[in-house]
Design a protein around this ligand. Structure first.
Ligand code: GDP
Ligand code: MG
Length: 163
């Protein structure tokens, strides 16, 4: 059984962009069953020749932590609990948001190893967000540009102990 890595984070940070980059043409299945697996995609990923299974979670329907549906929290926590490691992605250009802090708090209590990824890190505009992310308490961030493929080697190094 291949190791499983889940990607979690609020909407629009770039989870699916990273998923697509890792899976490439090997997308095995799109799971559109109703309920908790509704927007969950899984595929066979490859990072520098190391194969693993990747799960792209839907994230959250609402960007407001006050109205965040418990179901979405449950979905994220289940995906993380079932994974060998989880990528927690934030948007470095947007900086750390209240919802990022809420999710980070859940993840700090998880037994699953968490790799903190600051996406959209191409260029100087990402630097303040990367600095802020150290305060999330999830270790040193990996600066990534999922869209441009920058930082993939650093992501590989961070995931390698778990895949
Ligand atoms: P998701 O909702 O977390 O799955 O995010 P998506 O993968 O759908 O990406 C949301 C938006 O961010 C899209 O417009 C992407 O093109 C953009 N995006 C993703 N990765 C990057 C990146 O590395 N840099 C920049 N500048 N934009 C990105
Ligand atoms: Mg997505």
């Amino acid at each position: 059984q291949a190791p499983v890595v889940a990607i979690v984070g609020r909407p629009n940070v770039g989870k699916s962009t990273l998923f697509n980059r890792l899976v490439g043409k090997r997308l095995a299945l799109v799971d559109d069953r109703p309920g908790v697996t509704r927007d969950r995609r899984e595929g066979d990923a490859d990072l520098l020749g190391v194969p693993f299974r990747i799960v792209d979670t839907a994230g959250f329907e609402s960007d407001d932590p006050q109205t965040l549906p418990g179901r979405m929290r449950a979905q994220t926590e289940a995906a993380v609990a079932q994974a060998d490691a989880a990528i927690f992605m934030i948007d470095a250009r947007a900086g750390v948001t209240p919802l990022d802090e809420t999710v980070a708090q859940w993840l700090r209590g998880s037994d699953t190893p968490i790799v903190l990824v600051c996406n959209k890190a191409e260029g100087r505009a990402a630097e303040p967000g990367i600095m802020e992310s150290f305060a999330l308490g999830l270790g040193d961030p990996i600066a990534l540009s999922a869209e441009h493929g920058e930082g993939m080697g650093d992501l590989f190094t961070a995931l390698l102990p778990y895949i």
